[in-house]
Design a protein around this ligand. Sequence first.
Ligand code: F6R
Length: 613
Amino acid sequence: MCGIVGYVGEKKCTDILLSGLKSLEYRGYDSAGIAIIDEDTVKIFKSVGKIQNLFDKVENEKSNIKNPVVGIGHIRWATHGKPTLFNAHPHTCNCGNLAIVHNGIIENYKELREELTLKGAIFKSETDTETVAHLIAYEYESSKDLLIAVQNATKKLKGAYSLCIMHRDNPDEIIATKCFAPLLIGVGENENMVGSDVPAIIGITNKIIYLDDMDIAVVKKDGVVVRNYNGDVVNKKVVELSIKEDSLNKMGYKHFMIKEIFEQPDIIRNALNGRLKDVHSNIVFPEIDSLQSDKKIDNIKIVACGTSLHAGIIAKYIIEDLTGVTIEVESSSEYIYRNNTTNSSSLVIGISQSGETADTITAMRLAKDKGAKILIITNRPDSSICKFADSVIPVNAGIEVSVAATKSYTAQLIVLYLFAIYLCEVQKKHTAVLREIKQELLTIPSKIEHILNNKSEIEGMAKSLSHYKDFIYIARGTNLATAQEGALKLKEISYINATAYPAGELKHGPIAMLDENMPVLAILIPNHITFDKMISNCEEAKARNAKLIALTSSNDERLEKLFDYIIRVPEVSEILSPLITYVPLQLLAYYIANYLGKDVDQPRNLAKSVTVE
Ligand code: F6R
């Protein structure tokens, strides 16, 4: 959701800015733009729609671009005002000498806009960002010092922001500042960059300074000076990242989503390697050991959104099953707007791939204010959410580029399974059962590989199912959240309506929708108490002419007769089945969307990091 890039150096910066924006486009956007200082003038180029339109615009104007070595760029996901050229960033002030890009939301922009209009500001857009451009310009008029102008202006802002500002009078610098929205500086040789996320700068450098809230950085080609809210210079740590370029490259796959689906077996292998030495040893979890304190924890809550929430629901089932400890799971956006029961004896676990999801960040802040212990499970241990954490468990999936989460879900799930086993080991419970589970965990990567090797069957099935407009997914037990996740994948990338229900709920309403136009996909786990019940539910659906799809490892003879399609997965115990059953659902969603020609990696209206509530 929105992305920022900035460059100061010796190279012509238009290409660097455009390629920085290109690496951020996975976050979701609907317009893009850059501003450069060239021939003593601030020049701005903007476009609506795909970033290619901006590339084309800059290419068409190249005779007017001489030697810009300072610039800022932005991709915008519309919040205030439609995705139009006027609303696209960078924004500027009346005289056009200042340019600004912004991520986040300025909550008091209406009041500021009224004040500034009275002072003569002429607004060209509907955005909150343009208010900041005029505000800084107004402050600059009196101080004639850009840094002081930014310091004064940001003191008047309420809300979340990361900002990059440049001015014609200071053609060798960018000013970068943030509050509740991420911003980092990439430190290079005779060049420095600013970015809202690592991919924006990784083509130039892997040395990073993470800005803290209210830091204001003056970034020049040969140095970066960061000051805090009081204006004092602060020494920032330069962190060297080991981001693999492979994460940002499709490596021959048609889409990032399918590439990331295929990375899943190795992600599980790596997670097991680090924490599961052998089936006789206890799970290694220093991040949880470090959470132990004199304070008694008597309730555990998991809070997350979307796919991460589904991982949390599965964790509830397995932890309660193995340990008997009650786990509450709640969507972050619900948790934060009610009088929930979190207190100083709570452990609140926030799960977030990006670590930038606004609702989950707010949830962690509120939980922390109530004295709870906070454990964060994230793919981005460098993200904003981690500052509320007493402990962070990185899931190590590598950068996930496709908007639809796949490999990060796998990585979250495996960590949560290991966490459940760890809790059980602390309780000294079910030792023999745990050994069996650990043994079976080691077989999961090859079982997923088996499913991936048979992808063409699912691809064929996807073709013949792609004309349906609605799907129902049903399951019982641990796989209910798998069904929810499968349905979410299908709707977000193919725009086909898919809803998941506990199979037992069908009769309580949804069955009314069933007819030959409503396929029902059922997850059936053999040798489980729910298997026959699932068969009955499917028979009820068949009686209403619904097309039936089974996802199962069962060879039960009733299946061939009952189901129109059967997706077979390798045998797996019920408790571990969510670690493999979601894979065919990811593939099914992918192949349907691909067959329909949808923009798989960047579905409409969606953003990779949902940084607004
Ligand atoms: C779905 C998807 C979203 C995210 C949700 C939470 O494929 O990606 O539902 O899971 O926006 O994001 P994180 O995990 O970054 O907090």
